[in-house]
Each structure stands twice: as structure tokens, then as C-alpha cells.
Design a protein around this ligand. Sequence first.
Ligand code: FES
Length: 92
Amino acid sequence: MSLKPGEAIVVKAEGGKIGIYRDEEGELHNVNTTCTHMGCELNWNEVERSWDCPCHGSRFTYDGEIIQGPAVKPLNFERDVNILKKIIDKKF
Ligand code: FES
């Protein structure tokens, strides 16, 4: 599987979901795709290149910063970096 620059994917791992975005320079950016407002799962917005919540409209950058509320906390990625690396090495 390959993720082209500008594309994103959601993968299931460790009982949660991880959003992975590859930027135009080829760098990968990861977020926990659970919305920090009330816990809905975010969808990737291909046009705006943002993570958007279908529940109440919060939007986040590919790095998890808030673009639009009602969420007041940025997305995070708390899972073990080694686990993430394994997933990325295997899939991409
Ligand atoms: S759960 Fe995402 S905006 Fe409310």
C-alpha cells in the first residue's frame, strides 16, 4: 500500500484509530482520529486537507490543531511511538 503526497488514511491499531497524512514533502503526520469534543470519529477532508467531525462540525489540521470548534482541545497522539512505527513500516 502506498500513500501519495496529499493523501490520508485511517488505520485501526491498538483498539483505536490513527489518521496518517503524507504531506507534499513526503513526511507522515499522525493523529488520534477521535474528536476531542465528544468522541466522534473524524473523516479526512480531501479538498481542505483537514480532519472534520461529522457530529458538530469541529475541524482540525493534519497535525491536529483546531481550525474550528466547538472542540477546544487539539487532537493528540498518545500511543507508543514504536507501535506506530511498526504500523507505518508494514503498511507504507
Ligand atoms: S464530537 Fe466532534 S464536534 Fe462534537
